[in-house]
Design a protein around this ligand. Structure first.
Ligand SMILES: [Zn+2]
Length: 143
């Protein structure tokens, strides 16, 4: 005798994760305008991405919003074939660590290029993109 799970009478369970965006709403507002902004420490000048409320370098909480030029190059990449459950409906995708001209490193999806053509050092640009559900994300595309 086995104890089986009731697979015939099942329903999908959708999880929604809510993250606090207090102090970061400007980041998402500007993404909707096609701009990528982040925070820069007013005291020591360290630039962060994604934005942070306080500087980990000098512990100041005086941060300025600055627009960043998304141009950079691929530092490292991986291709995700075995996707997490929440991405199962999407085709396999490529993730990169891109180093922007200002030195900031950004971890994001790379689209618009086949994995066979992705190379370390290739020029990429970080862009804001509106996806289904009117959500705004950022991703890299080849230059
Ligand atoms: Zn600082």
């Amino acid at each position: 005798m086995s104890i089986g799970l009731p697979t015939l009478n099942s329903k999908p369970l959708t999880l929604v994760f809510k993250i606090p965006i207090n102090g970061f709403s400007k980041f998402f507002e500007e993404l909707k305008n096609g701009k990528i902004v982040t925070t820069k420490c007013r005291r020591c000048g360290k630039l962060y991405f994604p934005p942070v409320p306080e500087c980990g370098n000098c512990l100041s909480s005086e941060m300025d919003w600055v627009e960043i030029d998304g141009e950079g190059g691929v530092e490292a990449f991986t291709h995700v074939v075995v996707r997490p459950e929440s991405f199962k409906q999407h085709p396999p995708y490529t993730l990169v660590i891109g180093k922007l001209k200002n030195g900031v490193k950004v971890f994001a999806r790379l689209s618009g290029v086949s994995i066979a053509d992705v190379k370390v050092g290739m020029k990429i640009r970080l862009k804001a993109k509106v996806v289904e559900g009117n959500e705004v994300v950022y991703e890299f595309t080849p230059v």
